[in-house]
Design a protein around this ligand. Structure first.
Ligand SMILES: [Ca+2]
Length: 496
């Protein structure tokens, strides 16, 4: 963030209007004292003005914490937005958000599929140390967030925030410990499980601890979009945290209309996919406009990202559609892969007046959201997380930014998955080297992401030290788990 703080101090340090020429007349000493006093008063006045300005823009210095809105797309690829190089799908609002905000080009999802990715987002714990290492609902393993798991919503509540979640939750069904209202959210409207979210025209949605019936043919995404605007129009006596995990562009591809794509000479699925993303983009634009209209944009941080890479063709690997749109951008891999395309996602942070426009290649991940939001809210994050606050990056203070040593992801193959075999990956951040292993007894592939960002060309002769370090990280980063045991990473393993 190129905070005006820096600019103000620089202008003072470069100011020369207090340098005194000593007058050569009789009352020289008296005049000099007056001048010095005058100069001192001007300095004090400026200092007070600066403190006032700074406290108005910097939540850490007294103006109170900002509102925070976190919008999450579902299965949106690294290359699906115009600001990330997309040529066919129109995303004018997100492009504008990126132009006005800070675009993170090295941001990583918590995992290659919904469940662990969202668990990391909510808890600040990566897949290496987190409790949920695979998809919780709708699969063979139905574990969810436990009562003792601390979410970012709980921490922000502790800091005095109002909290709400509209969209797809996926970390615990109604009536269980993982459900949003048991995990720090005052309000929840949406799908409690992943499987439920696969129907875009549901008869009802969860609403707090009950249900709300929907009219026939109601597209659920439109409900969430309307709820956001209602929420922003309502009076909030306190700062708020609004978490919006949209279901777009996850399958099924069945939006209410094809928008501006109706006449394109594309397969139907392509038109629908593009129309879904543009619909979501339109609603994000309405949200940003309303924040400005309400006069709260300058005290609201909005973050946008996606929970994993683009979808597969469910049984046939990378789909023709994903190839057509180049949804992964320059990266190789899709959802369920630990290749870059499976886990690297766009992230935009927008906060007019506080975050200067630009882009950053700071290596960050979903686990960093917890400590970042906690820092902005003025509350300590849980001690046992492995996320790193990126507030210094938001403030354009890279010299103060703590770096990750490594990032870890894994995918345990589940029954019915189109991916063959389980896999792990680790990114050694300072070396920018990635290690990928299919099965814990498999050979390790090493990629230098500077030399081969699409992970097609392996490092030919890695130094023995680097090879050993990467193997050690793959072997030892992972915390023990009864539910997703290390043995499940073996080739051919089947759940009991
Ligand atoms: Ca997903």
């Amino acid at each position: 963030m190129r905070l005006s703080l820096t600019t103000q101090w620089m202008s003072i340090q470069s100011s020369s209007d207090c340098i005194l020429d000593v007058p050569a007349f009789l009352f020289r000493d008296l005049c000099m004292s007056i001048s010095l006093l005058h100069c001192a008063l001007r300095w004090i006045g400026r200092a007070l003005l600066i403190v006032g300005l700074v406290s108005a823009i910097d939540p850490l210095l007294g103006a109170g914490p900002p509102n925070i809105i976190y919008v999450l797309a579902d299965d949106l690829g690294y290359g699906d937005l115009g600001c990330m190089g997309q040529k066919h799908i129109l995303t004018p609002s997100l492009d504008r958000m990126a132009a006005e905000g800070l675009l993170f080009t090295r941001h990583y999802a918590g995992g290659p599929v919904c469940g662990p990715s969202r668990a990391t987002l909510m808890t600040g714990m990566s897949q290496a140390i987190g409790f949920i290492k695979g998809n919780p609902g709708g699969d063979w393993r139905k574990e969810n967030l436990r009562a003792q798991d601390v979410t970012v919503a709980e921490k922000l509540k502790e800091a005095g925030y109002e909290t709400a979640c509209f969209g797809k939750w996926g970390l615990g069904p109604r009536g269980r410990s993982g459900y949003p209202t048991s995990q720090g959210f005052d309000r929840f409207v949406g799908y409690d499980t992943h499987a439920a979210a696969h129907n875009y025209y549901p008869r009802r949605l969860c609403q707090d601890d009950g249900y709300v019936e929907l009219p026939n043919g109601q597209y659920s995404h439109d409900v969430f979009a309307r709820l956001i605007l209602e929420y922003l129009r309502a009076e909030h006596g306190r700062p708020f945290f609004l978490y919006v995990p949209f279901t777009i562009p996850h399958i099924p591809l069945n939006p209410p209309d094809l928008g501006s794509y109706a006449d394109r000479n594309w397969p139907d699925s392509h038109k629908k996919y593009a129309a879904m993303i543009t619909r979501m983009d339109r609603d994000i634009g309405r949200m940003l406009d309303l924040l400005k209209e309400q006069g709260i944009a300058k005290n609201t941080l909005v973050v946008f990202s996606s929970d994993n890479g683009p979808q597969s063709s469910y049984g046939k690997g990378v789909s023709k559609m994903t190839k057509f749109f180049k949804s992964g951008g320059p990266l190789r891999g899709i959802k369920r892969d630990v290749l870059e395309g499976g886990v690297r996602v766009p992230m935009i942070a927008w906060w007019p007046g506080s975050i200067e426009p630009g882009s950053t290649d700071h290596v960050s991940g979903f686990q960093d959201i917890m400590p970042t939001f906690c820092e902005l809210a003025g509350v300590d994050p849980p001690a046992d997380i492995d996320g790193v606050s990126f507030v210094p990056t938001l403030r354009d203070e890279p010299e103060k930014q703590e770096r990750h040593k490594f990032l870890y992801w894994e995918f345990i193959r589940m029954v019915g998955d189109d991916m063959r075999g389980s896999r792990q990956a680790v990114l050694h951040v300072s070396e920018n080297v990635k290690a990928i292993r299919y099965g814990i007894n498999g050979s390790i592939k090493l990629f230098d992401l500077d030399e081969s960002p699409d992970e097609k060309v392996e490092i030919r002769s890695p130094s023995p030290g680097l090879a050993l370090e990467m193997k050690r990280l793959l072997d030892e980063s992972r915390s023990p788990s009864k539910l997703w045991p290390r043995s499940a990473l073996q080739e051919g393993w089947q759940p009991k």
